[in-house]
Design a protein around this ligand. Structure first.
Ligand SMILES: NC(=O)C1=CN([C@@H]2O[C@H](COP(=O)(O)OP(=O)(O)OC[C@H]3O[C@@H](n4cnc5c(N)ncnc54)[C@H](O)[C@@H]3O)[C@@H](O)[C@H]2O)C=CC1
Ligand SMILES: NCC(=O)COP(=O)(O)O
Length: 360
């Protein structure tokens, strides 16, 4: 269904140059990067440069090697590393398993470095290790997430948070865009507007065309309230603006199939069936537009927590990230699963190749 294939990576002259930020060094970011780069399939898919503190990475590597049932790890001595050294005070304050001001300052510095280097054309894209927003805040950086920092530094006016996951059962691809992201639940109905929805739909359509080769996509759009408001009985947003907005967009975009507002609980039945192979993939939509963070991410993580990729769309370069967070509870134990980080690296490499080809 989608045009992306592994051979896309090898048919371009040079391998995609990817910056891999360590994320919060107190979390599992360094571990999943070292595990991912130990896999030859992953390391050959791109020219990877780890952006982070070399000394700290060596220290974490040494500890992880001693962990029980230690899985293969790339040796930092053999990796390309863009060193972001930390002062001794900051390095001493970093405690594996606890996000704090020091770990937040470190992960922020890695991101700033990777973004600056990518804007200076040293990299084609960034794969980010997970950070803790609270650690950024403790370090004095008040951003809701990495996406917002990326948008600000790159000057992108519009940005979208898209989760992409390929089913290991059927190879079907689940694409879920969040209309609003790090917004408290009480603010969601206030933040959602027809203008915001149009912006997100534009981004999604551009991405499906440019990155996934889909010109006539079918997109399912969730309702906000139970049963999409049950004709106003269980909430009014659908009648007030969501249904009129979808009808207007249907008229404006005749090449798209826009379903919705789909009752939010049943919206995920078909993708679940397509994911597990219980229906033909063609019966599911090409992409799902969820109205808020948990409406989209609970089903994505139920189906694909081990392999979904958080993809920023609308930036001037490729950015992907695993879907999981810092997992402080297991950091340093050597048990973190690197599948989502591997998928994030592979997808970034594919997207870079796809965009290069589109420019030819
Ligand atoms: N892209 C990013 O930077 C993201 C950052 N976060 C941040 O991470 C921090 C922790 O968030 P949580 O909600 O606890 O989510 P989390 O994803 O860090 O952890 C949730 C649960 O899943 C487990 N887990 C997560 N990744 C795993 C892996 N690769 N292998 C094995 N088990 C894994 C953890 O041990 C934990 O039990 C928060 O500060 C949050 O803001 C959360 C999601 C994405
Ligand atoms: N739940 C997604 C998430 O927290 C990722 O945020 P970001 O750091 O990629 O902006």
């Amino acid at each position: 269904m989608y045009k992306l294939h592994e051979e896309d990576i090898t048919s371009v002259p040079s391998r995609p140059r990817l910056a891999l930020t360590l994320g919060d060094p107190a979390g599992i970011g360094p571990e999943v990067i070292l595990k991912a780069l130990a896999d030859p399939e992953i390391s050959k898919s791109c020219d990877a440069t780890v952006v982070g503190s070399r000394d700290l990475l060596l220290e974490i590597y040494t500890k992880l090697k001693l962990a029980k049932n230690s899985q293969p790890l790339a040796d930092p001595e053999e990796l390309s590393i863009f060193d972001v050294p930390l002062d001794k005070y900051t390095q001493d304050e970093i405690l594996i398993g606890t996000g704090n001001a020091a770990s937040g300052a470190a992960s922020f510095a890695y991101m700033e470095t990777a973004i600056a280097q990518t804007l200076a054309n040293q990299f084609d894209g960034i794969v980010t290790g997970p950070i803790a927003k609270s650690a950024w805040k403790a370090a004095g950086y008040n951003y809701p997430g990495q996406t917002e920092l990326l948008a600000e530094k790159s000057g992108a006016k519009r940005v979208g948070m898209l989760f992409v996951a390929r089913s290991p059962h059927t190879n079907w691809t689940l694409c879920t865009l969040l209309a609003c992201t790090h917004v408290p639940l009480s603010q969601v109905p206030l933040v959602l507007t027809p203008e915001l929805m149009t912006e997100k739909l534009d981004l999604l359509v551009e991405c499906l065309e440019k990155d996934f080769g889909l010109q006539k996509a079918r997109i399912a759009i969730a309702g906000l309230n139970p049963h999409s408001g049950e004709q106003g009985q269980l909430g009014h947003e659908e009648q007030d603006w969501l249904i009129p907005w979808i009808e207007k967009e249907r008229k404006n975009r005749p090449n798209l199939q826009l379903d919705g507002p789909v009752p939010p609980d049943t919206m995920w039945v078909k993708p679940g069936q397509a994911w597990y192979g219980n229906i033909e993939p063609s019966q599911a939509a090409d992409a799902y537009l969820a109205l808020y963070h948990d409406q989209g991410l609970i089903p994505v993580k139920l189906m694909a927590f081990d392999r979904a990729v958080n993809t920023s769309i609308g930036l001037p370069f490729v950015r992907t990230s695993p879907d999981h967070g810092t997992a402080f509870d297991i950091a340093g134990k050597g048990i973190a699963d690197a599948t989502s980080m591997k998928a994030a690296i592979q997808l970034a490499a594919e997207l870079v190749s796809q965009r290069r080809k589109a420019r030819l």
